[in-house]
Design a protein around this ligand. Structure first.
Ligand SMILES: [Zn+2]
Length: 104
């Protein structure tokens, strides 16, 4: 199991002056927005976090998109539903989320 690089190697000196390697799990990385790659707010990366509200947002696309990208997707979806825009004029990253909004 220590061949895996998900463990950090920490060289330590024991009280008897022996040099040994200790292994520690790396920290989880922060979740990022699927469109703009910004770090998502309001989500704990702690492994001891208990409860649904600590792990995700209750917003639409919570835990997937950041708040500003979610707002943009909702705006584009309503423009397409009203016929003011066409689906082909949307960026490729936003497209799948706009299609999900329209399907609901
Ligand atoms: Zn974003």
């Amino acid at each position: 199991m220590y061949r895996s690089r998900s463990y950090r190697r920490l060289s330590r000196v024991t009280p008897s002056k022996r040099h040994t390697i200790h292994y520690a799990r790396r920290k989880n990385s922060f979740p990022h927005c699927a469109i703009c790659k910004a770090e998502l707010n309001g989500i704990s990366i702690s492994k001891t976090a208990k409860g649904k509200s600590l792990k995700s947002n209750s917003r639409k696309f919570g835990g997937v998109l950041c708040s500003s990208c979610t707002g943009e997707v909702i705006k584009l979806a309503s423009r397409i539903e009203n016929g003011e825009m066409k689906i082909n004029s949307i960026g490729i990253r936003q497209k799948q989320y706009v299609l999900q909004m329209i399907a609901h």
